[in-house]
Design a protein around this ligand. Structure first.
Ligand code: ADP
Ligand code: ASP
Ligand code: MG
Length: 820
């Protein structure tokens, strides 16, 4: 025996009814089935509106008309497709139901109220009609049907709107029906009957509970809940598109999921099937071949550290505080007795650490009712100032993380609370649950959905993520994209997700929060109409609550460099190959570092000196471990190292510069290289890194260029004019060679932080003698490294090494995310 419950979402129109009957037909070939049906989607809500409006004497003609039409249209459409469908009989039944409904409504109108028994009777008409229609379809396909009337069989408590079933007595009643083995069993969900055989309801969404009860009474092998999603997800898939389907979960987890808000199951569904150990499967009516979610005693282990996130909104808090700490226990027990006696549920409760107040959390719709109960119960205490005035806070929500895997408990709690802090979520109360595997927190109900999406991502996404926004797609920027594209898959295996969310040049910004496909970024940026502004990128953080946003600056733009403080302040890490920020005045230099410290973001610029060589990190480590500089000498320009190497073999200066430019070794304007200013900037960065307070203008520079080159900004003009200097340099090189030396442009820093950039002749004993062809060499003579200096040597320019340096910085931004 298999019980199959089809919810309202599975029965929303004629096609759905016929589709469901096909599913039933397929199943009945293998085993007997019991079918529990809800009302077509929306009908119960309409009926509720009709009652509520009638109580307030409002006109309800249009609601009645709409509801009646849902059924008549359904019937007409089924009649067109289903041969032998008993259209007239069912139509008459529906019309009769609506005549009766109008009579009841008239009564409610006169009374100005609706007694619970009438409320219950009206609210479940949709379920009753669904059963008539399904019976009609299956009978016209020649199946024998037994309809179970739940009012006569499911013996329930007396609560008209939230009744509970006595399984043992109901089982005995069902046995008496003696259902033939070949028959399809049909039963309306949502409904039971009390001792007096009066109709009662199981609460909204109660058809799931009906299915569980019927499964228990008929000792079914399976209880299937058919709905409009593939099963239970890690979060409501209609709200969180990244939610993941759970293949198996335990009964306990299912209880917690539904109790804390996963609408896919009614909270009381699990108890009956757990009692009889009946496996329950949640299936999708519209994708019947999908396996769905199995709820059972021993689910297979999943790789997820938690099972899911749920939320309940429209929650209110009652805060009951006593002036007399000793009576809190009695007060607590009286609160619970008074409220539960009135059959209202308390969803959560917490007690203050000072033990003088208790908070209870309830559905907002029950505020007035509970307020009355409490004020009545504590009239004397309130009057005699034993209790403070009861405080009520509305518009709260309960956010829960369900099924925390024991192994990850500490880590998950840490990540969860870190996520809350990052999202500026104010926690009102915290509770840890039942199996210890669920944590619930009470928070304000503002913009909750967006925040849940983020928390879900933080808890379920790969361990390490960076949402990258790259500005500048010249040689370095585009090489970086190419390198990331090649590595993305390999890194994903290591749980590292580098997601390029934005790519910009000086004019346009292309954004794709799901990640820009790196085989097409060029075309996409070209087609893009969105103009570039840094603010647009910064605003994305607020909109999407990014987990680990990183701004990469691969431009030489000074304006952009002056906005890093703002970028850090808005929660982005900053990685830059642009030297302008680190060579700005010391005030701004310090501001950036302070901002990074304050907002706990990284400011990384390893490629500012020596491209991909690990220069900055090495110095920082040395200084932090107490080393002190005695003297520094280095060839810090890849382009000049290349150019001087070429001069050595007789290539004229202008030609050597052109070659360096073609190879991507020079700055966008080679003037910056030859003027020595670029080397000076690097020396400045190194000196500041070593703790010296130096400004760019303090550095003495030996330029390769005479003053007449100062005002040439156009690159072509500059390259042309450079020819004038060819003979001069050929001579200088020859002069040096005559004494066995070579020319080098060298940056130096002395013990007191004096910096210089100069053209020097060096002999073969100098570590810088052999440095050419784009190589850099940095020789640090220090307290720890002497008399032999620490030398870092390698290519100090070029797109590949520089991009790799940025890539390495990027990986450093991941290190602070707590892994699971
Ligand atoms: P039915 O009409 O079949 O009873 P419901 O609307 O009551 O359907 O329940 C199904 C809905 O539950 C889904 O459409 C989904 O939006 C919602 N839901 C909430 N939380 C979850 C979850 N964790 N997993 C799956 N669905 C969920
Ligand atoms: N039709 C009822 C409701 O909408 C019961 C159910 O669908 O489970 O709440
Ligand atoms: Mg439901």
């Amino acid at each position: 025996m298999r019980i199959m419950k089809f919810g309202g979402t599975s029965l929303k129109d004629a096609t759905c009814f016929l589709h469901v009957s096909d599913i039933i037909e397929k199943k009945i070939k293998n085993e007997q089935v019991g079918i529990v049906l809800s009302a077509p989607s929306g009908v119960t809500n309409n009926l509720k509106i009709i009652i509520d409006k009638s109580i307030n004497k409002k006109n309800i003609d249009s609601e009645i008309h709409t509801t009646k039409n849902i059924f008549l249209t359904l019937l007409d459409h089924i009649n067109q497709s289903q041969l032998n469908f008993p259209y007239n009989i069912i139509k008459q039944k529906i019309l009769d139901k609506f005549i009766e409904l109008k009579k009841n409504i008239h009564g409610i109108n006169l009374l100005g109220q609706c007694p619970d028994n009438i409320y219950a009777k009206i609210l479940c008409q949709g379920e009753i009609i669904s059963v008539s229609i399904m019976k009609g379809i299956l009978q016209s396909r020649n199946y024998s049907i037994t309809v179970i009337n739940p009012v006569d069989t499911l013996l329930s408590t007396n609560n008209y709107l939230e009744a509970t079933v006595n399984i043992i007595k109901s089982t005995a009643r069902i046995k008496k029906i003696q259902i033939p083995k070949k028959n399809i069993i049909l039963m309306a969900g949502f409904i039971g009957g009390n001792e007096n055989k009066e109709l009662v309801l199981f609460g909204r969404n109660g058809s799931d509970y009906s299915a569980a009860i019927l499964s228990a009474c008929l000792q079914a092998n399976y209880c299937e809940i058919w709905t409009d999603v593939n099963g239970i997800y890690t979060c409501d898939p209609r709200q969180v598109s990244d939610a993941k389907l759970l293949k198996e979960i335990s009964y306990q987890e299912a209880i917690e999921f539904s109790y804390f808000g996963a609408k896919v199951l009614h909270p009381r569904t699990i108890a009956p099937i757990l009692q009889f150990k009946i496996p329950c499967i949640i299936k999708n009516t519209f994708q019947p071949n999908n396996e769905g979610t199995l709820i059972c005693s021993k689910p297979k282990k999943t790789e997820h550290p938690i099972k899911g996130i749920t939320y309940l909104n429209n929650i209110a808090m009652f805060c009951i505080t006593t002036y007399n700490m000793h009576c809190i226990k009695t007060i607590t027990s009286r609160i619970f007795t008074a409220i539960t006696r009135n059959k209202v549920s308390i969803i959560l409760n917490t007690q203050s650490p000072t033990e003088n107040s208790i908070n209870i959390f309830v559905l907002q719709q029950n505020i007035l009712f509970i307020q009355n109960i409490l004020e009545k119960e504590f009239t004397l205490e309130l009057k005699n100032k034993i209790l403070k005035k009861i405080k009520i806070i509305k518009e709260l929500a309960i956010l829960s993380i369900i099924g925390i895997n024991k192994q990850y408990r500490l880590n998950i709690s840490a990540r969860f609370f870190l996520a809350l802090a990052n999202l500026s979520i104010n926690t009102i109360a915290i509770s840890q649950f039942l199996s210890n595997n669920t944590i619930s927190i009470v928070i304000e109900d503002k913009h909750l959905i967006n925040k849940i999406k983020t928390i879900h991502r933080i808890l379920f996404d790969t361990k390490y993520i960076a949402e990258i926004f790259l500005i500048g797609v010249g040689g370095i920027g585009s090489t970086l994209l190419q390198q990331i594209s090649l590595q993305q898959k390999k890194l994903q295996i290591k749980d590292i997700n580098l997601k390029i969310c934005g790519i910009a040049n000086s004019k346009k910004l292309h954004v794709n929060m799901k990640g820009i496909p790196l085989n097409k970024w060029h075309e996409n940026l070209k087609k893009e109409n969105n103009t570039f502004s840094l603010k647009k990128i910064i605003d994305l953080q607020k909109k999407y609550h990014l987990i680990n946003p990183v701004l990469i600056d691969c431009t030489a733009d000074e304006k952009l460099a002056y906005q890093y403080v703002d970028v850090l302040n808005k929660g982005f890490h900053v990685i830059t190959s642009n030297k302008k920020a680190n060579t700005a005045d010391l005030i701004y230099y310090k501001k950036i570092r302070l901002a990074a410290l304050k907002y706990k973001k990284k400011f990384l610029y390893e490629t500012n000196v020596g491209a991909g060589l690990p220069v900055i990190e090495t110095i920082q480590n040395l200084i932090n471990s107490g080393d002190e500089l005695i003297h520094f000498r280095g060839i810090l320009s890849g382009s000049l190292s290349f150019i001087f190497g070429q001069l050595e073999i007789g290539v004229p200066l202008s030609q050597a510069t052109q070659e360096a430019k073609d190879m991507g070794f020079t700055e966008p304007n080679p003037h910056d290289d030859l003027s020595g200013i670029d080397v000076a900037r690097k020396v400045l960065i190194l000196a500041r890194e070593m703790g010296y307070s130096v400004e760019l203008q303090d550095i003495k520079i030996d330029s390769l260029l005479p003053v007449s080159f100062n005002n040439i900004t156009d690159v072509n003009n500059f390259m042309h004019k450079l020819k004038e200097l060819d003979p001069l340099f050929t001579n200088k090189v020859k002069k040096a060679q005559n004494t066995g030396k070579v020319l080098r442009l060298i940056g130096t820093i002395n013990k007191i932080g004096k910096c210089q950039v100069k053209i020097d002749e060096v002999d073969e004993n100098d570590p810088l003698y052999k440095i050419k062809n784009g190589e850099n060499a940095l020789a640090f003579y220090s307290k720890y490294y002497q008399p032999i200096p620490l030398v870092l040597r390698g290519y100090g320019a070029g797109n590949n090494v520089t991009a790799a340096g940025i890539f390495s910085d990027l990986l450093h931004t991941l290190s602070e995310q707590s892994g699971v």
